[in-house]
Design a protein around this ligand. Structure first.
Ligand code: TXA
Ligand code: MG
Length: 330
């Protein structure tokens, strides 16, 4: 039902034609696979929410081939222009005031006055955006509340039959989602740590604190089932039980029933690229073997470690009000 498209000119042309016809197409970016639709077509954007089971109040990122096209839909500040110059194309998303007269559907920003924009670096994403010749709204291509996909197989495992097509571009090199920076207020706020580290941003932004209003961290309900594996996950493990699966970082703890190594050398970039595949593997294999849970070894809070720890914290979170469907960052 869902077309598999090859990562070549023919596949890109087919994907662009589907997008222009209002269909949903999953495609690789350098961070994770996105589920794309024509951002100027409210019906197409609505189909993203339907396919993912995503709450409509959770806004989407609009993706562009070039910074100039992005800044035609939002009002760029001098800082935004400098960040775009330094980090686009790349894993950085900027939240800026919508420009009046922008063709982007209100549903993309969930009715908010600020719109999230990004110019991705992956060559297939860039080719697709150029061929589609319009902004493409794209959340991560997973069912709402699940771990982001870093391969076409991950996408199909959750969205087969629910989306028109997927471009198979192999594994995503960065592996965690983009850094989301809110530039719509007086001072820049970090909404989500991601593929561009706060250390790399600091020369332009100054020191970045997590947004004080970041509901996803302040309100536990917003963490519910986000990036959630089926098996319970505990963090900062220093010893391991025989019925636990181990998410290792560096020299693995002895005695685990099952091990997935994020990076034997303790390399944070390698660990980020392997994180979601590792969570999926330990969850599926650990469940099949009847294991009690997943124990994650500590990861240092520097560089991409900030994004890794953020995703692990969300994966470890379990309780929340039953009324809440999906997470803030679905
Ligand atoms: O790396 C990525 O960012 C991937 C690839 C496909 O580009 N996309 C992605 O999208 O992770 P999504 O929808 O899974 O996460 C986007 C995050 C959410 O936490 C959403 O709430 C936030 O960005 N966001 C989007 N628009 C926003 C806005 N106008 N104001 C505040 N937050 C916004
Ligand atoms: Mg997501």
């Amino acid at each position: 039902m869902t077309e598999r498209l090859s990562p070549d000119e023919g596949g890109i042309a087919r994907a662009a034609a589907l997008l222009r016809a209002g269909e949903t197409v999953a495609f690789p970016t350098e961070t994770v696979y996105g589920l794309g639709a024509d951002a100027t077509d409210a019906r197409a954007v609505a189909a993203i929410f339907a396919a993912k089971g995503r709450p409509r109040f959770n806004p989407l990122i609009a993706h562009y081939a070039r910074a100039e096209a992005a800044f035609a839909d939002v009002v760029a500040t001098p800082l935004a222009a400098a960040l775009a110059e330094a980090f686009w194309p790349g894993p950085l998303t900027l939240v800026l005031p919508r420009r009046e007269g922008s063709r982007v559907a209100d549903l993309v920003s969930a009715g908010l006055s600020a719109l999230a924009v990004r110019v991705p670096a992956h060559p297939l994403a860039r080719a697709l955006l150029a061929a589609a010749a319009r902004p493409i709204a794209a959340p991560s291509a997973n069912r709402s509340g699940h771990v982001s996909p870093t391969s076409a197989a991950h996408v199909l495992a959750e969205l087969e039959g629910r989306i028109a097509a997927v471009i198979d571009g192999g594994a995503c090199p960065v592996g965690v989602e983009s850094t989301v920076l809110d530039l719509s207020g007086a001072a820049p706020r970090l909404l989500r740590p991601g593929g561009v580290s706060v250390e790399a941003l600091a020369p332009l932004t100054g020191p970045l604190a997590r947004a004080a209003g970041d509901a996803a961290l302040l309100s536990p309900g917003l963490l519910k089932s986000h990036y959630a594996p089926t098996l319970p996950l505990r963090r900062d493990a220093v010893r391991i039980a025989g019925n636990e699966a181990l998410l290792a970082f560096g020299a693995p703890l002895a005695g685990a029933a099952l091990v997935f190594q994020l990076s034997a050398e303790g390399d944070l970039d390698e660990a980020a690229a392997r994180l979601f595949a590792g969570l999926r593997f330990l969850d599926a294999e650990g469940s099949a073997r009847g294991l009690a849970g997943i124990a994650a070894m500590p990861v240092p809070e520097v560089g991409l470690g900030l994004a890794i720890n953020d995703r692990l914290a969300r994966a470890a979170y379990r309780e929340a009000p039953a009324s809440w469907e999906g997470g803030k960052s679905g």
